[in-house]
Design a protein around this ligand. Structure first.
Ligand SMILES: *Cc1c(COP(=O)(O)O)cnc(C)c1O
Length: 444
């Protein structure tokens, strides 16, 4: 069992010689379209530390994009997945079922918001879950149009590329995209022309006006939104926006889908980020943090909607793989046992306090936002113009990587530095990572 010492330690330059050797092999064999943020090859991952093949130990503020929330080798995940591997690797649930799949669906019914009857279907990836949510919503409503939002991200398959807002790198050159997808404004408080206080209701009114005038509410099958927008820049829709959209969906027979693939499973200090404004989605898509690093995704929702697709209409060879289901049960067990919602809230208060202190010194920090262990800073040229500063985000990330702290960037303008530490990270490592970020500001 892995037990990586929980300390940052650099023994070579980053990336080290062994990583560079592997990177050279990778460039010869792996398609160029598949990128890596930091070409450091991983040996072990545990708690808040990634150990690379050169023996460097890096502080992990990325969690493999919000996946390894319980750590990269959590005891319960490894124990349950190992036991399952020894029993059987696969049957295909559509051929002969197994208990783990049912148990995960039962857990999803218990953990997701609302006390109505719920059902789930399991898949392999987030994009696949979103695609299936659209299939289910169309089957239920017998309508076709799908509404998504500015800055939204929903995946890289053909339909989910259409649902995703940003051209580079997700869509460029990959069209034509799926039809009947419509994009409307989102309540991005920091950049709303009349100010953050007015943003929620004003953005909701604009979005609803566009839907009714340009599509017709009676043609809309689903409205899909991330309760905290992830790749688009960790944008929390301004207060009042989500409840207004949900009310509009309910009044018009539209299926409201919360894409909680990044924000779900304790990441924001709640099981699901939509709980923050008491929102009960009709359907909810999950993946990333669900299974401690194993590939699993789900659509969960109102039983009558989930049952709308005809028998055999949903599924896939690997969907709800037994080892991935065992990983999910281990991950959920860990989240409950260690109360990782409380841990995420502690991470938020520590990070926001430290980042606010940095903002007083460095005015290129335009905005600090996010919830729980999903925190970001938006970098600008100066606070008055709010001109995006992607160069600073890239330079800061590079400086952090060189010092052994894995951070990621995001945002439509590429100017957001985001922090997604594993929820099990120690407070000392969290502070040390923030020290490195602060020192990076002094150098750029
Ligand atoms: C990552 C992500 C997806 C896509 O998930 P994949 O597993 O990469 O297909 C969809 N929606 C959101 C909000 C995401 O963050």
């Amino acid at each position: 069992m892995t037990a990586v010492p929980q300390e940052r330690k650099l023994v070579t330059a980053i990336p080290g010689p062994k990583s560079q050797e592997l990177q050279a092999r990778r460039l010869g064999a792996v398609a160029g379209g598949v990128g890596s943020v930091l070409p450091v090859f991983t040996k072990r991952l545990d708690g808040g530390i990634l150990e690379d093949v050169d023996g460097n130990r890096l502080i992990d503020f990325g969690s493999g994009i919000a996946v390894t929330s319980v750590g990269g080798s959590a005891e319960a995940v490894v124990r349950r997945a190992t036991a399952q591997l020894a029993d059987f690797t696969h049957t295909c649930f559509m051929v002969t079922p197994y208990e783990g799949y049912v148990e995960v669906c039962e857990a999803l019914a218990e953990l997701t918001p609302g006390d109505h009857a719920k059902k789930s279907a399991l898949f392999n990836s987030g994009a696949e879950a979103v695609e299936n949510a659209v299939k289910i919503a169309r089957a239920y409503t017998k309508r076709q149009a799908v509404v998504v939002f500015d800055h939204g991200y929903h995946g890289r398959t053909n339909l989910t590329m259409a649902l995703t807002a940003k051209n580079m790198p997700y869509k460029h050159g990959f069209g034509p995209f799926a039809p009947e997808v419509y994009r409307v404004p989102v309540a991005y408080g920091y950049r709303w022309p009349t100010g953050a206080e007015n943003c929620g209701p004003e953005a909701a009114a604009q979005a609803i006006d566009q839907i009714t005038k340009q599509i017709g509410a009676e043609n809309v099958a689903a409205i899909i939104i991330e309760p905290v927008l992830g790749e688009g820049g960790f944008i929390e829709p301004a207060k009042g926006f989500l409840p207004a959209i949900v009310e509009f969906a309910n009044d018009n027979g539209i299926v409201f889908v919360a894409d909680e693939i990044q924000s779900g499973f304790c990441r924001t200090g709640q099981w699901f980020a939509c709980e923050d404004e008491g929102i009960v989605p009709d359907l909810i898509t999950t993946a990333k943090g669900i299974a401690g690093g194993l590939p699993l995704a789900a659509v969960t929702g109102r039983a009558e909607i989930m049952d709308a697709a005809h028998a055999g209409g949903l599924g896939g060879t690997y969907g709800g793989n037994p080892v991935a289901c065992a990983g999910a049960l281990g991950s959920i067990e860990t989240m409950k046992e260690l109360d990782l919602n409380a841990k995420a809230k502690e991470i938020e208060s520590l990070m926001k306090a430290r980042l606010s202190a940095m903002q007083e010194k460095y005015e290129i920090i335009g905005d600090i936002r996010g919830r729980g262990a999903m925190i970001a800073i938006e970098l600008v040229k100066d606070p008055a113009s709010k001109t995006p500063n992607p160069e600073a985000a890239a330079a800061l990330a590079k400086a952090c990587h060189a010092e052994g702290v894995i951070v990621l960037t995001c945002g439509t303008y590429g100017n957001v530095l985001r922090f997604l530490p594993p929820l099990v990270i120690g407070e000392d490592l969290l502070n040390e990572g923030l020290d490195v970020i602060e020192a990076a500001f002094a150098t750029v």
